[in-house]
Unconditional design. Structure first.
Ligand code: HQG
Length: 183
């Protein structure tokens, strides 16, 4: 089958974030796996690709979803895991304001419970409204929340930057959320 970068990216998201066991793969605690092993197991499971094709997907991923280790031997998803991983990110001081895009049907529940990681390991926050809008659109009619990251940070809540620049935190209480007007 011809090389399809989007299809390979989706496959990598599946096995590196959600279901490594689908191809008998093991991730270490920080989410890394050996590239040789990944290619061998994927090929055995019917999704064959080359190292060059993998590198192409990693280099061209619009969201830089995957990271190859400095020695070139291992790969991991930068964020977005549902399997339990400890990415080993150091807490960082966030920008004063971050954004979260979601769907209008979730607003009532979010205002009651705050933002929760749901099936993922963290709540994902965007640096700007345009990105947040794109994230929200994945779920339906989009709405954007402004997150008072500075106040959360002052209150002792930890923030992390993923390998790809996405901001992560454990929970955003609704007191730190303001719905933005959307056009
Ligand atoms: C919502 C994509 C009800 C939350 C994106 C979101 C991102 C609540 C949904 C990354 C809630 C979870 C993550 C509450 C949160 N009540 N709904 N209390 N708390 N929610 O997909 O942030 O393309 O797990 O608002 O670009 O949409 O995969 O998270 O709508 O960076 O690389 O529950 O995934 O990147 O949805 O997206 P998700 P997300 P990739």
């Amino acid at each position: 089958m011809a090389f399809d970068p989007v299809r390979l990216s989706k496959f990598l998201s599946l096995v590196l974030r959600h279901q490594p066991e689908a191809i008998g793969l093991a991730l270490d605690v920080q989410g890394w796996t050996a590239i040789d092993d990944l290619i061998a197991r994927a090929t055995a499971a019917g999704t064959a690709f080359t190292r060059a094709e993998l590198e192409h997907v990693v280099a061209t991923s619009d969201k830089k979803r995957f990271t190859i280790s400095d020695d070139g031997l291992r790969i991991r998803a930068a964020q977005g895991h549902s399997v339990s991983v400890e990415l080993g990110l150091a807490p960082s001081e966030p920008p004063a304001v971050l954004f979260h895009g979601t769907a209008t049907r979730f607003v009532e529940s979010i205002m009651a419970q705050g933002l929760k990681p749901q099936s993922r390991q963290h709540v994902h926050l965007s640096l700007d409204e345009a990105n947040a809008l794109n994230v929200g659109r994945r779920h339906g009619k989009p709405v954007i929340f402004r997150v008072d990251a500075a106040a959360m940070h002052r209150a002792g809540m930890a923030f992390y930057v993923a390998d790809n620049g996405v901001w992560l935190t454990d929970h955003v209480p609704s007191t730190y959320l303001t719905p933005c007007a959307t056009s």
